[in-house]
Design a protein around this ligand. Structure first.
Ligand code: SF4
Ligand code: SF4
Length: 118
């Protein structure tokens, strides 16, 4: 631990320019994330159909960022083991508990269009 701290010596606060650079980078990364799901998993307890909501949102975000063919295969396996996004009945039970106040049924339609209707 002591050795690790030595690496950063002498301690110097970030300049205003460096702080701006980091904040701009953080903003750019945030813009790349299509669905700001925090992966807390609270919605999972509410869904009567058993849709793995955060997993699907994570796959969707990855697809928007990297567009890899393997993501569709992972979606297929996850949907088969649980329930596909298209099984959503729009009951809205998950929305009441979502910590990010996401419109989950609408976002699941985007997931369907990306991974089921292509
Ligand atoms: S709205 Fe859809 S995802 Fe949300 S709890 Fe109901 S069936 Fe599950
Ligand atoms: S409750 Fe909302 S933020 Fe949390 S995992 Fe579900 S969709 Fe994501």
């Amino acid at each position: 631990m002591k050795e690790h701290c030595e690496v950063f010596k002498p301690f110097k606060p970030l300049s205003e320019e460096e702080q701006d650079f980091i904040l701009n980078m953080a903003d750019e990364i945030k813009e790349l994330i299509a669905i700001p799901c925090s992966y807390c998993g609270y919605c999972l307890k509410e869904c009567p159909v058993g849709i793995p909501i955060p997993d699907f949102f994570e796959l969707y975000n990855s697809e928007k960022m990297y567009s890899l063919p393997s993501l569709a295969a992972i979606y297929g396996t996850t949907a088969t083991a649980n329930a596909p996004a298209s099984a959503c009945t729009e009951c809205e039970s998950c929305m009441e508990i979502c910590t990010q106040k996401l419109d989950i049924p609408t976002l699941l339609k985007d997931v369907v269009n990306t991974f089921e209707n292509f």
